[in-house]
Design a protein around this ligand. Structure first.
Ligand SMILES: C[S@@+](CC[C@H](N)C(=O)[O-])C[C@H]1O[C@@H](n2cnc3c(N)ncnc32)[C@H](O)[C@@H]1O
Length: 304
């Protein structure tokens, strides 16, 4: 089973109101959701979203009138809030990004180079195209760009060249072997980064996060909290940029450039939207208990 990352700290960060309305945008196996349900009373509500049908099966087993499970992308959050008439009423939203152990450890999902299985990597296997399919049809330049941008992989060019030469690549171990042969032997970093990059591309992960953020402030109630746990710098950069942009009254301006009266008035009228809390990283003890949380960062903000 999946061990939830930074569980206690993220639930504390949500500052749960007993009769509040909450959204868990990444239900997974329900670790965070179960904790929220323990903290709310019979007037409270929890809506949980996940794109993976396997997670939805788990969610449907929760028989609790306060709980609703939704099979969709979290970028569609606004549509669901409208449907349930909870726009500007949500007291807290949590996203625990990345994959669940359920996805990572299932060889049929193809997320890990450690186990051999079909090279799929879709979080919802009923939609879109598999990693194997994408690698078969993409150009060398497209593959190179994805590995460079989403994996920050030093050997992107070389790996893309060899993928094209060896395709079709149907199994995770085939891809891992190609990478191992052409990159320094002792570590598996290049495989890790390549798999991460392809997974981000296949699941459109960064756009999902950006689209979610573009709507989230319209959904939260005053004093509502947003907690996001991210697992790599690309995600964290997006979250951090969004929080800072919406917490600053005065935009970053080049020094020594005079402002017009009109500009000064506009800045004066601008309201801070978010109060940001200090980011939280796992302690050594957290990492010992759950090595998956090694790279996790929890960022929290409150709507004013
Ligand atoms: C790290 S797991 C969450 C684990 C969960 N917090 C728990 O305690 O069990 C991430 C989950 O988010 C889901 N997910 C990732 N991106 C998504 C998206 N854009 N929309 C909906 N669900 C998404 C994945 O399918 C996965 O089940």
């Amino acid at each position: 089973m999946h061990i939830p990352v930074l569980l206690k700290k993220s639930i504390q960060a949500l500052k749960i109101k007993k009769n509040g309305i909450y959204i868990d945008g990444t239900f997974g196996s329900g670790g965070h959701s179960k904790c929220i349900l323990e903290k709310i009373n019979s007037y409270g509500k929890l809506y949980a979203i996940d794109r993976d049908p396997e997670s939805i099966k788990i969610g449907k087993k929760i028989q609790d009138s306060r709980f609703t499970i939704i099979h969709d992308l979290f970028s569609n959050i606004y549509k669901h809030c409208k449907k349930y008439k909870i726009i500007q009423k949500v007291n807290g939203i949590i996203l625990d990004l990345g994959m669940s152990s359920m996805q990572l450890d299932n060889v049929k999902r193809g997320f890990s180079f450690k186990n051999n299985g079909p090279l799929d990597m879709r979080m919802n296997q009923k939609n879109g195209f598999s990693a194997s399919n994408w690698l078969m049809n993409a150009t060398e330049k497209e593959i190179f760009k994805v590995l460079k941008k989403y994996g920050e992989e030093k050997y992107s060019k070389k790996i893309a060249f060899h993928i094209i030469k060896k395709r079709p690549i149907l199994q995770t171990h085939e891809l891992h072997k190609i990478i191992s042969k052409i990159t320094p032997q002792k570590n598996t970093k290049s495989s890790k980064r390549t798999f991460q990059a392809i997974r981000i591309k296949i699941n459109n992960e960064l756009n999902e996060l950006k689209n979610f953020l573009s709507k989230v402030l319209q959904i939260l109630a005053p004093k509502g909290r947003l907690c996001i746990i991210s697992f790599h710098s690309l995600e964290d950069r997006i979250v951090k940029k969004f929080l800072f942009k919406n917490s600053r009254k005065i935009p970053n301006l080049p020094k020594n450039i005079p402002l017009t009266i009109k500009e000064l008035k506009r800045i004066g009228k601008k309201k801070y939207k978010l109060r940001i809390f200090k980011k939280i990283s796992p302690t050594k003890k957290d990492i010992l208990k759950n090595s998956r949380c090694r790279s996790a960062i929890l960022r929290t903000a409150e709507l004013k």
